[in-house]
Design a binder for this molecule. Structure first.
Ligand code: PRP
Length: 209
């Protein structure tokens, strides 16, 4: 049995559809019930719905053998896992954004609001820029508007949230998409099953492109 952690929500549904197309269907997964665990013993697969930011923890600790996690989560938490495949869904980017009139004077410490502390610290360290991190849990776009920060480091997908709040993206930190990740020891013990699933998913992706 392969245990799969799926990120709850729209991205997880897309990812499940890919598993289904790859031959690992379990229709009750999309039943909309409050149930969190679903299995298809015939196909040898068990799915769990978990909070997107928790997928990497389930996989790292072996509660799930594999899972789908955004590159943002992988970069922020650096879990000790294998990244097996770019699933090419959930595409967006990590970006720096600011008010339209923002000019970086490069002299004072830059105030950066974000949910992604490590990503922001690494990004500015690589540019030798002193920053003051303001960690928030959501609605990050408010910070520069209210003068709480100079810039934000956050996910941009359509760009609508920035646009509607009069902010503009000024730099891309890295592109994001969902990745298939595996627990390191499960990858040894269930190598045949996991490799088979990875190959079937890779075939689904190449048929789409
Ligand atoms: C994410 C991100 C941006 C928004 C970007 O927020 O933090 O606010 O989506 O998407 P867009 O470019 O398509 O507008 P999320 O919905 O996860 O909420 P939160 O960060 O405010 O909790």
């Amino acid at each position: 049995m392969i245990n799969v952690a799926l990120p709850k929500g729209r991205l997880g549904e897309k990812v499940y559809r890919m598993f289904e197309e790859a031959g690992y269907e379990c229709p009750s997964v999309l039943s909309g019930s409050r149930k969190l665990i679903f299995e298809n013993t015939e196909k040898g697969v068990r799915y769990f719905w978990v909070k997107p930011s928790d997928v990497a923890i389930y996989v790292e600790r072996g509660a799930a053998d594999i899972g789908a996690a955004g590159k943002d989560i992988i970069e922020e938490y650096r879990p000790d896992i294998y990244e097996l495949l770019d699933l090419r869904v959930g595409k967006c980017r990590m970006a720096v954004a600011a008010k339209k009139d923002f000019r970086d004077d490069h002299e004072s410490t830059l105030r950066v609001a974000t949910k992604f502390r490590r990503i922001a610290l690494d990004y500015y360290a690589s540019r030798s820029r002193d920053i003051d991190i303001i960690e928030l849990n959501g609605s990050i776009e408010l910070a520069p508007i209210l003068g709480l920060s100079d810039v934000i480091v956050d996910i941009v997908e359509t760009g609508n949230t920035l646009l509607e709040n009069d902010l503009i993206p000024i730099e891309t930190v890295f592109p994001i998409s969902a990745r298939l990740i595996a627990n390191k020891s499960a990858f040894q013990f269930k190598s045949r099953e996991i490799e088979g699933l990875k190959q079937a998913l890779a075939d689904v992706i190449s048929r789409k492109e």
